[in-house]
Ligand binder design. Structure first.
Ligand code: PEP
Ligand code: MN
Length: 339
């Protein structure tokens, strides 16, 4: 339920509403606008319906939040798109972010040379996985703690903020040492205890849409993080399962447009995993700009044919170097700047 306060509501009246919500066992979420304050009463339906705030002092009206996700809903925030500031980079709004790096941290030479190119290409952030969710338990699982150490070295060398995946809450303290954005992979999108834990950490989170997850399920995953008071959430469309086998997954561009209507959270597109083939990465990236995405996350490798994971979709570093110039005309048409 949204409690819209009158523009003339006093601080005491606002606090009285908050107390009433909390006393009823629900949670109050305050958004103070220039003209008026809106208070979200978040909790199960029973708690919220018992509030009886209609006509209370300073209350203008009550508006039900119709979606099951509340904090992730554009209804609660009043529809102003979020611009998140993460490690000094503004994500969303007029900015179009370019996050790039290898699928997996494989070696010092590989990670540092790719990081140098990502930096030279003018990217916003550097990505790379130390803990990898592999379909086969026999496949390379990532370098783990050593991979995090190499990411730290890449970060110190280039100054680029780091995006890296967390799969197991036990690794959270180590990942927090280096990550500016924690990636929750598609396969963990519905790992609710992991989402809550990352929410409590306060670190920015990029949540990848599950292989067969609906948008509502993605937004509910975001809600788990937001509920812990962590507002730095990025959504990521990375392709969904369809019957098509010509490419790895199907990039769901409608999802990008619709997610941005349902929610104010920035939406990042990952064309690399969606396509599974490097020849589609640039065309899909252009399409993502036109579909109102707030940024891209692309995989790149200094020797794609030698990559231990996802080599077929890795852009050679030379192609990454041209990415910003390739995308800027499309971004300009959308009133945005590739940062
Ligand atoms: C990745 O980003 O390397 C990755 C494993 O992605 P996803 O979870 O989308 O498959
Ligand atoms: Mn990958």
């Amino acid at each position: 339920m949204m409690i819209v306060m009158k523009p003339s509501a006093t601080e005491e009246q606002i606090q009285a509403v908050v107390t009433r919500i909390e006393d009823a066992g629900a949670r109050a979420h305050l958004s103070r606008g220039d003209v008026m304050t809106v208070i979200g009463a978040l909790g199960d339906r029973e708690h919220v319906s018992r509030l009886g705030l209609e006509g209370a002092p300073g209350v203008e009206k009550l508006v039900p939040i119709l979606k099951p996700y509340k904090l992730a809903s554009s209804q609660l925030s009043g529809g102003a798109p979020s611009v998140l500031e993460i490690a000094g980079r503004k994500i969303g709004g007029d900015n179009f972010a370019l996050i790039a790096g290898p699928c997996t941290v494989e070696s010092r030479d590989q990670v540092l040379s790719t990081a140098d190119v990502v930096n030279a290409a003018g990217a916003t952030m550097f990505r790379g996985g130390a803990y990898k969710p592999r379909t086969s338990p026999y496949a390379f699982q990532g370098l783990g703690a050593e991979g995090l150490r190499l990411l730290q070295e890449a970060k110190e060398r280039t100054g680029l903020p780091v995006v890296t995946e967390l799969m197991d809450a036990r690794d959270l303290p180590a990942v927090l040492e280096v990550a500016d954005v924690i990636q929750i992979g598609a396969r963990n999108m519905q790992n609710y205890s992991l989402l809550s834990e990352v929410g409590r950490s306060g670190c920015a989170v990029l949540i990848k849409r599950g292989l067969s997850s609906t948008l509502e399920e993605l937004l509910m995953a975001a809600e788990y993080v937001l509920k812990e008071g962590n507002e730095n959430v990025l959504l990521c469309e990375r392709g969904i399962r369809t019957f098509e086998t010509a490419y790895r997954f199907t990039l769901d561009l409608s999802a990008v447009i619709v997610a941005k209507r349902l929610s104010d959270l920035p939406v990042i597109v990952d064309p690399s995993h969606a396509a599974g083939r490097r020849d589609l990465v640039v065309p899909l990236s252009k399409a993502a700009v036109a579909a109102e995405a707030d940024g891209l996350m692309v995989e790149s490798h200094h020797e794609p044919q030698e990559a231990l994971c996802d080599g077929e979709q890795a852009l050679p570093v030379e192609a990454l170097m041209g990415m910003k110039d390739t995308l800027q005309p499309f971004a300009s048409a959308m009133g945005r700047e590739v940062i």
